[in-house]
Design a protein around this ligand. Structure first.
Ligand SMILES: *[C@@H]1O[C@H](CO)[C@@H](O)[C@H](O)[C@H]1NC(C)=O
Ligand SMILES: *[C@@H]1O[C@H](CO)[C@@H](O)[C@H](O)[C@H]1NC(C)=O
Length: 808
């Protein structure tokens, strides 16, 4: 039935929409006549926690953006969405999955969907009751002409971002979006009986924040009795529509919760109990093990039929289950990893499942994914850039469904021997492949053990040696790295990649751009220059493409937020650097000026964190390998006459584990990885790093321990927060450049304004360590904004220098 091919969706054309329309009306009646998850006894069942929404070629992204741009109608958007949902249900049904989720589709975000369901619309979005439509929904998500969007934040420790509900004592909850029920019915009409998925009431409240004007100390959990009536209505409607299972996602149960918070779960589900009777209710947790106390609370909840656990990130839950699991309840065992792209080790999973089976009983164990597959890539089938061997090691969402099914079948004595032996063969080839293992790298990484990897002298002594060489004015000015990326520049890179222009033409074009940027910086009288990074598409891809052990996909996209997706590289083998990566361009740039030119590198923690990482060795080992490659690059830059080298660790804080008990170990290896990159340079080589956040009060000691000579920080929105750290007596003697203006806005800051900020910083920081710089790279700005802004910034630095000199 290749009428379900999604290929044509890639380009969004009206032609496509017309054909789609006829297709979806035709298919809606005869889609599937009788798929239901009747599981006969003795047969093991299978379940998927959730599925990516974007489509294999980001069809939803293009449909959304076309709608937002006014190029297509709401109806057209709905059609693409319905088509994607139908394809996913069909795919799972065809594979043989018994418990197929619905309502895991979203036009933007599942937490925002829940906010709409509860009618918790902040008043500024002017909602007049009734079903929440696209207008109000997308205003909350993206803002509109009058009001900005609601705040977005990270979904646990994933790279997905959700829209944070804003609640207060006056919020009136009403049932205002029937999406869950509608999608259940939609699937049913297609012949697929699904498990509707809803974010559970307690996690929802714990994921919220107090609305503007509400006391910070407001207890969000105090709203529990106000939101439960809406949940009851939803449950009643789902039951009336024929649902026999409901899945409540309560991922907050894996966090460090206090007894008051745990109590809220007990309370909420006992209040819901009578409404749930006759229904099968699954409570799903993910992203870590459930702490012992929370496990006790969870498994004692009233009215619950089944519990779902992430056994990949939370292997400790296995021990808890072994220590006791309520009899007669179902265990949904998340053994197929929803967070990575590796083929499951089916033999190992089968072992785990068998041991669970002996505890919970054969007919009570359900094979599942560790979390929603939202966090992995969609489908491996059409990846043309990956070779056959590498592909045999991988599984994206579509392949993970097949794995779940194969495991369930194997437990019911219907093992697909061919599938299992192919899996064993793939694991064997991965283990022994010379592409994966590089003896020299393994040795070098092992040799790192036992040393601290610290530069020999103190930062004070180094700064002095550097100043002798660089001879910078007080309050030196610099920028973070990138300069505006024009359409022309992107075209040149694209054409070079597609081999449409020659290497010579490419080098010439990039050289011209660097020379333009250097000249501009000299005109603006900046002290430490950058080359502007015209040759780079992305902070990580640029390096990944030049390191061995990395692979790239064509369509391995993962939703980051709304219609935005990222395509992380895959680290599959030991990482090494065949040849210098940046020395060519940095040397050219340095040759164009007498001022110091910064060499620009991405740090190991950031490269690691923004990639799909190997699961056959600990993360820190992979990170140390990357650190060694960057170390070689740092030393080559130094030998080529680059005296200032910036190593960005944008993701250092981002990688912090969810649970406090794991954070210290992470920080230790992450900071050490950074130090490895530059422990071998001369005192006179100045190492900078840049941090994309100012919220680091809690990790300030780790940041100091990185032992960089200068750190620049994205700070412009929260001077106070940052400076308070130093006011509270943290001893800090390296160079520091808290961003003096916000590059994320097109607004041009005045000289006076910047003078004012520098003055405030000088009240807390010594003038001999303060740098003056914008708060981030300038890549996304226009030259018409960059020129006046930087000009004012340099003028401000000079004005303060004059003040300081006359005050002496
Ligand atoms: C893969 O490519 C084939 C052939 O072009 C197409 O029919 C199929 O729909 C594609 N599958 C996906 C998931 O993109
Ligand atoms: C980096 O890792 C952290 C922790 O796992 C995660 O929260 C974050 O989203 C990751 N960043 C990216 C771009 O994947």
């Amino acid at each position: 039935m290749n009428q379900f091919s999604l290929t044509s969706l890639a380009t969004f054309s009206s032609l496509f929409l017309t054909s789609l329309r006829s297709l979806s009306t035709k298919s809606s009646r005869v889609f599937y006549s009788s798929v239901r998850f009747t599981v006969s006894s003795g047969e093991m069942a299978s379940h998927i926690v959730g599925y990516p929404r974007m489509g294999p070629k980001r069809e939803l992204k293009f449909a959304l953006e076309s709608f937002w741009d006014g190029k297509s109608s709401a109806e057209e958007l709905q059609e693409v969405a319905a088509y994607l949902r139908a394809s996913i249900w069909k795919q799972m049904a065809d594979t043989g999955i018994n418990y197929i989720p619905s309502n895991t589709f979203s036009f933007y975000d599942q937490v925002l969907d829940t906010t709409a369901m509860l009618g918790a619309i902040p008043p500024r979005y002017v909602w007049n009751g009734g079903e929440v439509g696209f207008d109000v929904y997308f205003s909350m998500a993206r803002g509109n002409a009058d009001v900005p969007a609601m705040e977005m934040t990270k979904w646990f420790d994933t790279n997905y971002h959700y829209i944070v509900p804003e609640l207060g004592p006056d919020v009136k909850f009403t049932y205002a979006s029937h999406k869950a029920v509608n999608e259940y019915k939609e699937a049913k009409a297609l012949g697929v009986d699904t498990v509707p998925v809803i974010i559970g009431p307690v996690s929802y409240l714990l994921l919220s924040k107090p609305a503007k004007g509400v006391e910070k100390s407001f207890s969000l959990l105090s709203l529990i009795d106000k939101i439960l009536p809406v949940y009851r209505e939803v449950v009643a409607e789902l039951r009336a529509a024929g649902a026999s299972w409901i899945q409540f996602d309560e991922p907050k149960l894996v966090m460090d919760l206090d007894s008051h918070q745990l109590q809220a779960f007990t309370h909420a589900y006992s209040e819901l109990e009578s409404y749930l009777s006759g229904l099968n209710v699954l409570i799903e947790t993910y992203f870590a093990d459930v702490p012992a106390e929370a496990y006790k609370t969870l498994t004692s909840l009233k009215g619950i039929t089944a519990f779902g656990f992430d056994l990949v990130r939370g292997p400790k839950t296995l021990d808890l289950v072994k220590g006791g699991f309520p009899s007669g309840k179902f265990l949904f065992a998340g053994v197929v990893d929803g967070r990575n792209i590796w083929a499951n080790d089916l033999v190992a999973s089968l072992d785990t499942l068998r041991s669970l089976e002996s505890i919970v009983g054969k007919d009570k164990l359900v094979v599942s994914t560790s979390c929603s597959l939202l966090h992995t890539a969609v489908d491996l089938v059409n990846e043309t850039k990956l070779d056959k061997e590498l592909k045999s090691w991988l599984a994206f969402a579509a392949q993970k469904i097949v794995e779940v099914n194969a495991l369930a079948k194997a437990l019911s004595s219907q093992k697909d021997e061919a599938f299992f032996s192919a899996n064993v063969a793939a694991h064997t080839s991965r283990k022994s492949s010379p592409r994966v293992t590089n003896e020299a790298v393994q040795k070098a990484a092992a040799a790192l053990k036992g040393s601290d990897h610290r530069r020999a002298t103190t930062v004070g002594a180094r700064l002095e040696a550097q100043q002798k060489k660089l001879n910078l004015p007080i309050l030196p000015t610099t920028t973070i790295g990138s300069f505006p990326q024009t359409m022309d520049l992107r075209r040149v890179r694209r054409e070079y990649k597609a081999k449409k222009i020659s290497e010579d033409d490419y080098v010439k074009a990039i050289k011209e751009e660097i020379s333009k940027v250097v000249q501009l910086q000299e005109e603006l009288d900046i002290d430490v220059l950058v080359h502007g990074e015209p040759e780079r598409n992305d902070m990580v891809e640029f390096f990944g493409e030049q390191l061995s052990g990395f692979a790239f996909t064509v369509n391995g996209w993962v939703q980051s937020y709304g219609s935005r997706c990222v395509k992380p590289p895959i680290i599959y083998g030991d990482v090494s650097r065949p040849k210098p990566m940046t020395v060519f361009w940095s040397s050219i740039a340095q040759s164009l000026t007498k001022r110091p030119m910064k060499g620009m590198l991405t740090g190991p923690v950031t490269i690691l964190n923004w990639s799909f990482v190997r699961n056959d060795q600990p993360r820190f080992e992979t990170c140390y390998q990357i650190a060694l490659s960057i170390k070689d690059e740092v030393e080559d830059l130094q030998n080529a006459g680059i005296n200032v080298i910036q190593i960005d660790e944008a993701a250092l804080r981002e990688g912090l584990p969810l649970r406090k008990s794991e954070q210290a170990f992470y920080l230790e290896w992450a900071v050490q990885s950074f130090r490895i990159t530059n422990c071998g340079v001369h005192d006179t080589t100045q190492i900078h790093t840049h941090m994309c956040y100012s919220n680091f009060n809690d990790i300030i000691h780790s940041i100091i321990d990185m032992d960089a000579d200068v750190i620049t920080i994205e700070n412009s929105r929260s001077d106070e927060k940052l400076l308070s750290v130093f006011r509270e007596g943290v001893k800090y003697s390296a160079g520091i450049g808290p961003g003096v203006y916000d590059i994320h806005s097109p607004r041009i800051p005045s000289t006076e304004e910047i003078v004012d900020r520098i003055t405030k910083m000088l009240a807390v920081l010594e003038s001999n360590i303060l740098w003056v710089n914008p708060d981030c790279g300038l890549k996304t700005r226009k030259y018409s904004e960059v020129k006046p802004a930087i000009s004012n910034m340099v003028a401000a630095a000079k004005a303060v220098r004059t003040q300081l000199a006359s005050a002496k």
